[in-house]
Design a protein around this ligand. Structure first.
Ligand code: FE2
Length: 643
């Protein structure tokens, strides 16, 4: 080995006139200079949701790698950030780029958004221009439309009128970016490139570019897009080919799930996740038979299709696309919603409706996956779109063994769309090559230094001590039956807490199920998930594969449900996170220490937030939620704080 390196040293000297050490020093200097002054040498794409909708997120690709992502909800503290432009998330992205790479906003090569207005009906484009405009003005975003003297202002009015008529919401996107840049005291370039990527292509790109697959079948299953709701893709070496596309009026598993959830008593964004947890309390019923009667799996034109008889018409806006699904939900359960208190006793109609929509979704997803495999010939599967958050339907595909490997983008909903859009633009518009590896981490939020955390702890005058990576005391508290809040590092992208913003408890104690749900203000019947050592996955589950992102369920081995009853749902399933040392060292150490003490390498893990709130983001948020919530202790990036 030593001889070989000497040879290389000699060859290098002969060829370049200096040795490896010289080359190393030079390379390091270039990297440093690049970091300090030449951010522009790197290729940077920033993706964000546009027009403003829900789950608004900013994702950043630098030289083919996803380096940052943050959801606006974490900053506004409103779950799903409905109608909130991602101003805070975009500012944070700029600050991160400046601090980490010396990249300034003027060095950003392009911005990518996850809807293409060209593909929309004119009426819908106009609706979205108007709503984007209102939302920006409502959030005090200065659009600089009317500037200068009376002529300038007049021209501004004329221009705004033309954009309004044309429904050009990309112009509003450029103005929004400029506003965010100015708000951090930077100069904005004259030319801000905003490149639209079709909605389903953006989802497909998120499922493909981070899967590590060269060739794959990709399914994007969603509420809607510009005009389609479900798309089957064949992707070969970065080339996306649409194999089937089902228009929203015929193929929206997302909207059908949302409308049935509304009947059960839940809103359209929060509902489906809760209804998935409610479904196992129900059974096959008239609702299931009725819902099934609306869907054809053997359609002549599409892989599947909702078929709603009678006279009804779509006028062309997003709202109208819901119409067939409203008709279906009303025919299942006429009139208003099921009259029940979601925190009280289960209602037979609520649970049977939930069972029905979950069963039909699972059956249709499985049918779609079979159809897709037959028509693409690819044996690896990528999944994205809001319906891919349905970890139970994903489980059905997993156990079918239809595909050799499966990757679901962790932010399968619209929080992942802009990230896919940015990756697509990086390759297909800027000519780069994405680093085609399996996504290793979703810890992509802003960084908080130990100094910053220390200041927050000291300022509050808490009963705190620094324990660093020694998490044994945390384990002692859990084993004693306390609920502990856990915070460290960069926040998780996507809806799941994965060991950086978590609430933890002992899964062996059945009472913890009720205790944690009460602390978080959740319905008593909702399941709680486990995080476990990757090596122990087959001890607890039937046929598991390593899965770090809690977007795929597994069936428990029945006997293990008795060992950890607080994380085993009534149908003996769970949505686990498998944890290894490389993925999250301190989190791994915690579960390992719990195993050393109890013999079980598995803990209960749910998101660190109070009722109705998104995940905590900053150390200050963590302290605030800790102060208000019923937790015994908080582990805050090395500090153990006790009440
Ligand atoms: Fe979507």
């Amino acid at each position: 080995m030593r001889r070989r390196s000497l040879e290389i040293e000699r060859e290098t000297k002969a060829k370049y006139g200096w040795g490896l050490e010289g080359l190393w020093a030079l390379t390091s200097t270039v990297v440093l200079i690049n970091q300090l002054f030449l951010g522009s040498l790197m290729t940077v794409v920033v993706g964000f949701n546009w027009p403003v909708e829900h789950d608004n997120t900013v994702g950043v690709i630098v030289d083919g790698e996803l380096v940052f992502a943050s959801e606006e909800e974490r900053w506004t503290r409103h779950k799903h950030s409905l109608n909130e432009p991602p101003t805070n998330a975009l500012r944070q992205a700029f600050l991160f780029l400046r601090r980490k790479y010396g990249i300034k906003p003027r060095d950003v090569d392009a911005y990518a958004v996850n809807f293409d207005p060209q593909l929309m009906a004119l009426s819908w484009r106009y609706v979205w221009w108007r709503s984007a405009f209102k939302k920006l003005i409502g959030k005090d975003v200065k659009l600089d439309l009317f500037q200068g003297n009376i002529i300038g202002k007049g021209l501004g009015v004329l221009r705004a009128g033309l954009l309004y008529l044309r429904g050009d919401y990309l112009d509003l996107a450029r103005r929004f970016v400029r506003f965010a840049i100015h708000s951090i005291g930077e100069d904005a370039p004259d030319n801000i490139r905003v490149i639209p990527v079709p909605h389903h292509l953006a989802h497909a790109a998120s499922a493909y570019y981070f899967s590590g697959f060269d060739d794959a079948t990709v399914l994007t299953v969603d509420g809607f897009g510009e005009f389609e709701a479900t798309v089957v893709w064949r992707v070969r070496d970065g080339e996306f080919e649409k194999v089937a596309s089902i228009p929203t009026v015929y193929g929206s598993l997302g909207l059908s799930y949302e409308e049935v959830s509304a009947k059960i008593g839940y809103d359209r964004l929060e509902g489906p996740g809760k209804v998935m947890g409610l479904a196992p309390y129900g059974k096959a019923s008239k609702y299931y038979e009725k819902l099934k009667s609306f869907i054809r799996h053997d359609d002549k034109y599409y892989p599947f299709r909702f078929d709603v008889p009678g006279k009804w018409k779509i006028k062309g806006t997003g709202v109208d696309y819901r119409q067939p699904y409203k008709i279906i939900a009303n025919s299942l359960y006429p009139g208003g919603r099921v009259p029940w208190d979601v925190h009280g006793d289960l209602h037979p109609d609520a649970v049977d409706l939930a069972w029905a929509v979950q069963a039909v979704t699972e059956e249709t997803m499985l049918h779609l996956a079979k159809w897709a495999k037959e028509h693409t010939g690819e044996d690896k599967l990528g999944l994205a779109g809001g319906v891919a958050l349905n970890a139970k339907a994903n489980m059905v595909i997993h156990y079918s063994k239809l595909f050799n490997d499966m990757f679901i983008f962790p932010a399968a909903n619209d929080a992942g769309g802009p990230i896919g859009a940015a990756a697509y633009v990086y390759e297909h518009v800027l000519g780069g090559k994405m680093k085609r590896q399996r996504l290793k981490t979703v810890y992509l939020g802003p960084e908080y230094s130990d100094e910053e955390v220390k200041k927050v702890v000291e300022r509050g005058g808490w009963n705190a001590k620094y324990v660093g990576d020694d998490v044994n005391e945390v384990v002692d508290l859990i084993v004693k039956g306390f609920v502990v809040a856990w915070y460290q590092g960069r926040a998780e992208l996507g809806p799941r807490a994965l060991g950086n913003r978590s609430i933890i408890a002992d899964p062996r104690r059945k009472d913890m199920w009720g205790v944690v749900n009460r602390i978080k203000g959740r319905e008593w019947w909702r399941p709680l998930a486990p995080s476990l050592l990757e090596d122990d996955a087959s001890k607890y589950f039937i046929d598991p594969v390593p899965h770090q992102f809690m977007i795929l369920m597994y069936k428990f081995k029945p006997e293990m449900c008795e060992v950890v009853p607080a994380v085993c749902h009534v149908d003996q399933t769970a949505r686990p996170q498998t944890v290894n040392k490389e993925g999250n060292k301190t989190w791994y150490e915690l579960i390992k220490a719990f195993k050393d003490e109890t013999g079980e390498g598995i803990i209960m893990n749910t998101s660190f937030n109070l009722a109705g709130e998104p995940l905590v983001e900053t150390p200050q948020d963590a302290i605030k939620s800790f102060a208000l919530g019923g937790f015994k202790a908080l582990y805050l990036q090395g500090w153990l704080i006790q009440k």
